[in-house]
Design a protein around this ligand. Structure first.
Ligand code: S3P
Length: 450
């Protein structure tokens, strides 16, 4: 089991006037999929703007271990010479996916319908997360899995040499599960059908179509019915990865709660299955504008301008919006602390099985900072104190979770006393330039001696 090395304690202090342009890194979901689909194509896929965070680098290493040629050309440009659908070689080493649930679950799906075996592991966070949600549908294709109790990593998947296509209703709102089944379906003969009751991020469907797979999506009374024809020859692509709305969330929310701020976050992917936070912030009264709305590489993109918003109101976030902002609830709960009134977040049980139990991690940290939080299994409420009234002054455990660490660093920019985390090292999984980028806007985020 790998760890993250030496913990990096970090502190963030109150500032005013965050200003400038925040060029956040490439989209994590699209970066993983670019490498994986590139590895399953015949010929060279060229990727620019790849997120070079630890999660994605672990996926690049994994694709090499399965036989693809993956080359870092510098400056966010990468080249992948794929081995074709069904062409994966059996890796000679354990595949270490680090902190990444997306990496491990998508790769398990990808190899599960070829006649090879692979053993997967990850850090302490990943080894505590449920994998049965993926191995259950993979068993229907004929793959077998041998993991620790409760379906945890380390785990060996024995791929199905003669896979059969499946029809699968995804039981939890999860793009990772949906994508694992679709990627497995690529190497099964005939049609694999995946049905999701609630729409989750649809990058896999969009990108499979772009790579030349036969895939259709139908909205029915049962939900979104996705039909994929197996064993296509995927055509290599040239991919420009848009910047990550989930990373943009941090400078945007920092600007909204920090007096005198005006921050531009250019080129943000605004796929509707990802943009729920920005709708929610506007409903709360945040001064947030989309500029230069356009389409790039099949995804809607815009420049976001966020300004200090002193009169935020707490709202009820509609549960049907949860999937489109599932990674953004931690930082939303920080913004909610600076609003007046309650922000109620329902239908968010999935937050309990992310890199950490995010409801528990945030609730404990917010309470330590002087904010009242109520919680149940699938909901939580933040009682906002209003701008200029949040005490802060706490040190919070980040629990190997990048979004917990970044959320409390954002909070410290506007609390009366500084906010600290015991370990900011997980930030490198998704946002390796977080500290210099926030500092360039005027934030005071510092590493402190442990
Ligand atoms: C992701 C799906 C989501 C999200 C994760 C990325 C993806 O996870 O939280 O950060 O790229 O498919 P779930 O599928 O578990 O909801």
């Amino acid at each position: 089991m790998s760890g993250h090395g030496t913990p990096i304690p970090m502190t963030s202090r109150k500032v005013s006037g965050l200003r400038g342009t925040a060029n956040v890194p490439g989209d994590k979901s699209i970066s993983h999929r670019s490498l994986i689909l590139g590895a399953m194509s015949v010929g060279e896929t060229k990727i620019s703007g790849l997120l070079e965070g630890e999660d994605v680098i672990d996926t690049a290493k994994a694709m090499r271990a399965f036989g693809a040629e993956v080359t870092d050309l510098g400056g966010g440009n990468w080249s992948v010479h794929g081995v074709g659908v069904g062409g994966f070689a059996e890796p000679s080493q354990v595949i270490d996916c680090g902190n990444s649930g997306t990496g491990v679950r998508l790769i398990m799906g990808t190899m599960a319908t070829s006649g090879i075996s692979a053993t997967f592991t990850g850090d302490a966070s990943l080894c505590s997360r449920p994998m049965a949600r993926v191995t259950d549908p993979l068993a229907l294709f004929g793959a077998r899995s041998y993991g620790r109790k409760g379906g945890r990593l380390p785990m060996t998947i024995v791929g199905a040499a003669d896979p059969v296509p499946v029809r699968y209703v995804v039981p939890v709102p999860s793009a990772q599960v949906k994508s694992a089944v679709l990627l497995a379906g690529l190497n099964a003969p005939g049609q694999t059908v995946v049905i999701e009751k609630e729409a989750t991020r649809d990058h896999t469907e969009r990108m499979l179509a772009g790579f030349g797979a036969e895939i259709s999506v139908e909205e029915t009374s049962e939900g979104r019915v996705i039909t994929l024809t197996g064993q296509p020859e995927l055509r290599p692509q040239t991919i420009v990865v848009p910047r990550d709305p989930s990373s943009a969330a941090f400078p945007v929310c920092a600007a909204v709660i920090t007096e005198g701020s005006d921050v531009l976050v250019p080129n943000i992917g605004l796929n509707p299955t990802r943009a729920g936070l920005f709708t929610t912030l506007r409903e709360m009264g945040a001064d947030l504008e989309y500029e230069n709305l356009r389409e790039e590489g099949g995804e809607p993109v815009a420049d976001l301008r966020a300004k200090f918003s002193p009169n935020l109101r707490g709202i009820e976030v509609p549960p049907e919006r949860a999937a489109s902002m599932i990674d953004e609830y931690p930082v939303l709960s920080v913004v909610a602390s600076f609003a007046t009134g309650q922000t109620v977040m329902r239908g968010v049980k999935e937050l309990r099985v992310k890199e950490s139990d995010r409801i528990d991690a945030m609730a404990k940290g917010l309470r330590a900072a002087g904010v009242t939080v109520d919680e149940g299994e699938d909901w939580w409420t933040v009682h906002g104190l209003g701008f200029g009234k949040v005490p802060g002054g706490a040190t919070v455990a980040s629990r190997l979770d990048h979004r917990i660490a970044m959320s409390f660093m954002v909070m410290g920019m506007a609390t009366e006393k500084p906010m600290s985390v015991d370990d900011g090292s997980p930030i490198a999984t998704s946002f390796p330039v977080f500290e210099p980028l926030m500092e360039s806007l005027g934030a005071r985020v510092e590493r402190v001696a442990g």
